[in-house]
Design a binder for this molecule. Structure first.
Ligand code: SF4
Length: 165
């Protein structure tokens, strides 16, 4: 698993840590804020669509994994790119269920947001909030910084997950 931590750092991530699904904090209130608190949910279905899965099913999916890479970045787009790279590396290593959880920020300007089709729908991964993950609590419990930003200029602490095996 160490190689995936190294790969994350080579990809410019601030930090990365292997955790288990027991260390991920779930809270159904994350879905409350996803459905009503986020402008994207109704407008950009490919980024946010729950794909006909229930909250319990999504929690169950994540709980099947014993090794999960938590990836920390200060930049949303490079984080979206990095988790896909790490997912691909793990898959090629034989972890055939490797999968990233990360709201899609792959493009500088999201085509979906402009009413156009997504050019790479196969690269869109689920948003952590739609999986009911309390990212604040999860990151803080693991010693990673995660605070509510007070202004747009504040350093962003973004997190993604790569479910490995
Ligand atoms: S890949 Fe680009 S266009 Fe597609 S959802 Fe992600 S950011 Fe939007």
């Amino acid at each position: 698993m160490e190689k995936y931590i190294q790969l994350a750092k080579e990809l410019g991530m601030v930090n990365a840590k292997i955790i288990s699904s027991k260390e991920i904090c779930f809270d159904i209130r994350a879905i409350l804020k996803c459905r009503w608190g986020c402008e994207d949910f109704l407008n950009q279905t490919i980024r946010c669509h729950p794909r006909d899965t229930t909250f319990q099913e999504r929690v169950e999916m994540i709980k099947r994994y014993n090794h999960i890479l938590l990836v920390h970045s200060n930049d949303a787009r490079t984080l979206s790119e990095a988790v896909l790279e790490i997912e691909k590396a793990a898959f090629l290593d034989g972890y055939y269920f490797a999968f990233a959880i990360r709201f899609c920020n792959l493009c500088r300007a999201c085509a979906v947001k402009e009413g156009k089709p997504c050019p790479t729908p196969e690269k869109v991964r689920p948003c952590d909030q739609s999986f009911g993950i309390d990212v604040y609590k999860t990151a803080r419990n693991l010693g990673f910084p995660c605070e509510v930003l007070q202004c747009k200029e504040s350093t962003q602490n973004r997190y993604g997950f790569v479910l490995i095996d």
